[in-house]
Design a protein around this ligand. Sequence first.
Ligand SMILES: [Fe+2]
Ligand SMILES: [Fe+2]
Length: 152
Amino acid sequence: MALNQKEESLIKDLQEQEKLCIQKYTRYAEMAHDEELENLFNTLRENEINHYEALLAIKNNDTTSPQIKHLNAAEYNPKGFHTASCNSRAKEDDAYLCTDSIATEKYISTSYNEDLFQFASTAVRDTLNQIQTDEQNHAEMIYKYKVANGMA
Ligand SMILES: [Fe+2]
Ligand SMILES: [Fe+2]
């Protein structure tokens, strides 16, 4: 089922948000002081690329749309690099990257939750719902990193 004009513009906006996530995690992986955090941002980046491709498939009415590859936040157990008592600039910088990323995930998760109510197709709603769950998982993984590093 082809998208109507309103649906198409919502998908385009979500694609822009995913693009921002991809750019953000690319940059943040470079900026992270801790290698564990660098790896986390790279993992999240791959997942955002998957989201972008899933949205592209929806926009192109491509029924062979890519599977959403879920990350499992429950299985993520980051090692602590920064200590609770440490007040270094590196820790402050990494904490900022985490807090800003969580804010972005919260915003995009809300967008998916609101936008999916506007779609006629059950399959599209299901995909958007799966991506929303993913964004919550991303935020949870970053939060777990913060806890393990005395930042939360
Ligand atoms: Fe995403
Ligand atoms: Fe995300």
